[in-house]
Ligand binder design. Structure first.
Ligand code: EPZ
Length: 444
């Protein structure tokens, strides 16, 4: 398992182009199951999650050309409907094949996705939506079997749960309703930019979806969906992560393809903290802006509560916690989406962070510069927060289990080193005959 060795204290300067959105790409790829036509996706990021989704879709009878960048997909076998456990267990987002499979093949057998590092990840809302559309749900040997031999029928569905809307649940029901008979209204739909991107692709394929980006979706089912060519929106979580990297090193960084319009809650918190996100261009296309990130010498504390979009995104919570370790005072962070999403707290504490947790709320005592230490990544965004901590810490930080990071960030070490960081990707140690370990350090 690779690790990062980070020499802290380097001020970042230069330009990064933000990659395509992982969380938009995954449901966009699954939408290929809804049609016999060819789906071309452009700006697909090169990530292990995307590779896993391609592996799953190939098992489900989709011919795929290209691993990232431009990816062409076409269904060649409509009879395969089983998303097996050994793939689903590596990537929970496999669940987003549910709606497309039932919509087009009237049957899906999907291994029940387990939890993840930050708690259980239920899918009750997905199943409630499919049942409302007329599907039958059975559970057998850990697989969910969803069937609709007569096809699906439009209806009104309230898709809100205890934490509000569901992103992939909305994606599933939107795909299913696109091919259902009649009109479906989804109330309390997710408003995330990634859901909008999926609605744009489905409408390019011939679907009739109105209201994407708002809490009420109106979908008029059609007989079939056709081919489409679509460019994936930029990744707002990657963009926020690199903006934190610039701020945490008191750097001066330009970010291109910055999805400004999809990040207003994060930008609001950046402004509160004393980080400036200056729009250089893109006023007429604010999902593809160019911004300059600089920060005040002294950062200010703030309060953050994660919410469904357009509120503050839970996927940036860990990264902002690292930044707030530098602020001049105490900050309060409350997790309303995943109350257990604090795996990074113990690791940051190993670096000297002063964070106290009470249930879904953490108090971050700022003003404590962090010191390098060996730490362990546990999930995608927690690993990003540890890399950010290593950038500003005194001395060397070793972040192990970097495979978590590779799920959602394309070659992060290369991107940051190009801005002046000093990060080595260290391949897992190899054993010599004598048994001692010789770590193999790749080029920085
Ligand atoms: C998407 O997951 C993202 N993943 C997550 O990003 C992100 O954290 C999450 O949305 C919230 O924004 C992808 O898009 C691939 P949800 P999703 O259904 O759709 C509860 C990352 O780091 N809920 O919107 O699975 C759930 O427990 C990942 O890139 C139910 O109760 O999340 C949570 O509290 C991590 N029942 C809340 O809703 C359900 O049936 C939001 O979950 C479904 C969800």
């Amino acid at each position: 398992m690779d690790s990062f060795r980070i020499q802290g204290g380097k001020r970042l300067a230069g330009t990064i182009q933000i990659e395509g959105s992982k969380n938009a790409t995954l449901p966009l790829m699954a939408a290929a199951l809804c049609t016999d036509g060819e789906i071309t996706l452009r700006n697909v990021p090169c990530l292990s999650d995307i590779t896993n989704m391609a592996r799953l879709l190939r098992e489900l009878g989709v011919d795929i050309e290209g691993d990232c960048g431009t990816v062409k997909m076409r269904v060649v076998d409509h009879n395969r409907v089983h998303a097996r456990y050994d793939i689903v267990k590596t990537m929970r987002a496999s669940i987003c094949t549910l709606g497309p499979l039932v919509a087009r093949r009237r049957r899906a057998v999907i291994s029940m996705p387990g939890g993840c590092a930050f708690g259980s990840r239920p899918i009750d809302l997905h199943l409630r939506g499919m049942e409302a559309l007329g599907a039958k749900i059975d559970l057998e040997d850990g697989d969910i079997i969803v069937t609709a031999p007569e096809g699906l029928k439009g209806t009104t569905i309230f898709l809100g749960g205890p934490s509000g809307s569901t992103v992939l649940g909305t994606a599933n029901i939107m795909c299913a309703a696109a091919l259902a008979k009649g009109r479906t209204i989804i109330e309390c739909a997710a408003c995330e930019p990634e859901v909008v991107d999926l609605a744009v692709l489905l409408n390019k394929m011939g679907a009739r979806i109105q209201g994407a980006g708002g809490p009420r979706l109106v979908i008029d089912g059609v007989e079939s969906l056709g081919s489409a060519d679509h460019t994936v929106i930029p990744d707002r979580i990657v963009a926020g992560t690199y903006a934190v990297a610039a701020a945490i090193t008191n750097g001066d960084v330009f970010l291109e393809e910055f999805p400004y319009d999809g990040m207003l809650a994060a930008i609001d918190r950046f402004n509160q903290i004393g980080v400036h996100i200056e729009m250089i261009s893109g006023q007429d296309d604010p999902m593809h802006a160019k911004v300059r990130v600089t920060s005040e010498r002294t950062l200010k504390p703030t309060t953050i509560t994660t919410q469904p979009h357009p509120g503050f995104p839970t996927d940036l919570q860990a990264q902002f916690m690292t930044l707030l370790c530098l602020a001049n005072g105490n900050s309060i962070i409350t997790e309303k989406i995943y109350p257990e999403r604090f795996m990074h707290v113990a690791e940051l504490s190993r670096m000297g962070a002063k964070i106290s947790r009470e249930g879904p709320t953490c108090v971050v005592a700022g003003g404590t510069p962090l010191r390098g230490a060996p730490v362990m990544a546990s999930d995608l965004r927690a690993s990003a927060s540890l890399v950010l901590a290593g950038l500003m810490a005194e001395g060397v930080t070793e972040v192990s289990r970097i495979y978590h990071l590779d799920r959602g960030y394309t070659k992060m070490e290369e991107q940051l080193n190009a801005l002046g960081a000093s990060i080595e990707r260290v391949k897992e140690a190899t054993h010599t005959p004598a048994g001692e370990l010789i770590p193999v350090a790749l080029e920085a």
